[in-house]
Design a protein around this ligand. Sequence first.
Ligand SMILES: *Cc1c(COP(=O)(O)O)cnc(C)c1O
Length: 373
Amino acid sequence: MLNFFFNFASKTKHKVFMKKHNFYAGPSILSEYTIKNTANAILDFADTGLSILEISHRSKEFQAVIDEASALVKELLEVPEGYSVLWLGGGASMQFCMLPFNLLKTKASYLDTGTWASNAIKEARLFGEVDVVASSKDANYTFIPKGYEIPADSDYFHFTSNNTIYGTEMRFDPDAPCRLVADMSSDIFSRPIDVAKYDAIYAGAQKNLAPAGVTLVIVRDDALGHVDRQIPTMLNYQTHVKKGSMFNTPPVLPIFSALQTLRYYKMLGGIKELERRDLEKARVPYDAIDSSRMFEGTVTDTADRSIMNVCFVMKAEYKELEKDFIDFASARGIVGIKGHRSVGGFRASLYNALPIESVHVLVEAMKDFEATR
Ligand SMILES: *Cc1c(COP(=O)(O)O)cnc(C)c1O
């Protein structure tokens, strides 16, 4: 039976790594290392003669996977003592309610920098007073608000480190006079983080870590257990802290893939090296946009530009050519560059697994297209 699968896999393997330049915003490109090892584990997991799809999450082989994945998160991000690493279902969107359920006593502060931030705000309002310290909504989130004040009597301050849809990013750990929490779904592992400043960090896996289905949560243990309300068992962080994310069946396959990505990150040289690569990679399209006759960036304050999602449009006089450029690019194997409908134009997502060669292909396509008009 396994032979059949291996033959099938080898016949199809060239299809997995075709020459596409994958700029999708999420789910998005994963390293070849992650995908190949995941494919192998689907066929035969850890020499068990079983697929990872059909093995108990309580087997010693899977326990080793989740333990190593958590340890690598701690190692790569230099997570201090007193924090737990959790692997939860429900996506980052589940954290929009789970976080206030566990941490909001009376009032929380939120920075409104985009759709995901405002979704988080909406959920938090179910649990208490929400103070939106600043918002760039009126400018369609084209910049990150600055100079706001965070009330010291807030239970926590929540921000979205990278606004996937709008291409803005806070590449620093802000100071807050209260507990600090962040949605880092689309830029975790792209820069060192001072985890000690945070009480909770969460990230849906499908941008920089693994296939969709698991959410990474890093939570300070002593931040938990201070709210009076009853919390349903599955939505209580303490349940998952106590049970090592094994209270119920965790998302086994995405966790396995996450481990592969984490190993790969470590092999590459860790977070500082990833950051160096990401900075170098992002400079390429931004330089092209800034020197272009036809294209322009959408983010108004260049200091806010995301190194993960590059949003750009065609200048007003070329606007009607946007569709043509998508077709022009796709003929060169470039996929996933259509901008989110709330911004329009283009978005090139440059997650860790995207090779710099793909960025050069994109920029060349931009220049060649420009030359034809
Ligand atoms: C993609 C994304 C989300 C939503 O993640 P789901 O796992 O689909 O719920 C939330 N926040 C940010 C910053 C994102 O990029």
